[in-house]
Design a protein around this ligand. Sequence first.
Ligand code: NAD
Length: 276
Amino acid sequence: MPRVAIVTGSARGIGKKIALRLAADGYSVCINDIPSAKDDITAVVDEINAMSSQNETSSSRPRAIGVVADVTSSSSVEAMVRETVEKLGPLTLMVANAGIAQIKRLLDVTEADIDQVFTVNFKGVFNCYTHAARQMIAQGDPQAAAGVGVYKIVGASSIAGFKSLAALGIYSASKWAVRGLTQAMAMEMAPHKITVNAYAPGIVGTPMWDKIDEELGGIEGRAQGETRKVYSSNAALGRTSEPEDVAGLVGGFLATQDSDFVTGQTMVVDGGIFFT
Ligand code: NAD
């Protein structure tokens, strides 16, 4: 029986690499993103389905579907979960990856800025956690329903969820909030055989960091490309992270049975910038 995952915000960046890693490891995957990313969703779905046709004889043949949905809408997330289960089978993993960055000094932040960041980064994760959990509970015992020891819910925090970054204050607060939600959800879901964890990347080479580099560099007076280098220079392992580094933690550990006894944790994967 294939394991089934939803990865939000997976048309590009970290989410895309997590989805590709899960598919390579035998998961069927729902690729989700917002309407403007429709073509990129289709490209990721096609890439995964091309992998499956090469492995046609494999019993763990991956399959992918694309679902356009904004995670800030509870009803859209609920519909995405329903469609995924109808087309791919019982849901065994939710990766609430979608998030946005905002670069502003706190005295310039408006109420609308707070709403924008918290609606995507916190409420979006809340919608994904809770609708996935309702579905998993309705499926019943994970071994009987889907052949896995536990169901898994995973969310995107950040090293900024442990040590806030200047000019990323509201973003940092939203990532602390994900860490808090993850702990409470882990306690409430444990009786249902659902684990809940989060990942905390450092400085990852994605379009999100292109934006941070440009806007934070503008505020702090650095040339394009310099801010990423400055922030990455604190990493003990001496380089900027790749999305694959994060996919290794999520796909290679948090999505596997090796993490069945881990819950409530936010795991840092940053090459040694912040030590928990
Ligand atoms: P990214 O901007 O490259 O990709 C994020 C994806 O999420 C995009 O495809 C975007 O369209 C999608 N998205 C945004 N809002 C959405 C919504 N409302 N509904 C559905 N999809 C939505 O970002 P990334 O660097 O790949 O980051 C992925 C996650 O990892 C984010 O939560 C981010 O905060 C977190 N993170 C990233 C870094 C980093 O250095 N890049 C570091 C720490 C944490």
